[in-house]
Write a protein of this length. Sequence first.
Length: 203
Amino acid sequence: MKNFRSPQRPKKSSLVIGAERIIEALKSGKGLDRIYIDTKYVGKDASELKMLATQFGVPVNYVPQQKLNSFNVGEHGGCIAQIAKVQYQNLQDVISFVVEKGETPLFLILDGITDIRNIGGIARTAWCCGVNAIIIPDKGIGALNDDAILTSAGALEKIPVCRVNSLMKAVDELHLNGVLVFASEMTASKKYPIAIFLFLLQL
């Protein structure tokens, strides 16, 4: 049985190494999960790389050289990108698709979950509960890599995932589309079964 306690280092085949190749990947429309750039990187293509990352909604993490070296890929020139394992969807497109099918939208917003095993487990439950899409921020959440997909039992490959640069804006977008938003908090004094939330969403 697969041991989920020790996430593995990303395979070299799942990485794009070097600024020039990353720029080419972005221009060709290749899905990237995020880009890691050395905090001291001063390459001539730094501005183009940042501009393209912003244009295609790919998060950029500025990290120390030791982080880049930990990928163990040899010469990286200060830039490494991780290829996305899921195809991120536009939130409004998903909302419109669900509504046009005549279904009541049911979305799950995740924030601050850095353990990929937890993300995988949540995705499994979300799929079983009929969630239409998972909404995640572009920062502050674990990478949806091979381990996350494996832990989700494939659910992350079936359920649409919308990555946004602001969860507050995502909530506003849901409100503008008439979608009610409920929030849960770990230290809250009251507990409600998920069935109650599903009932409220039908009102």
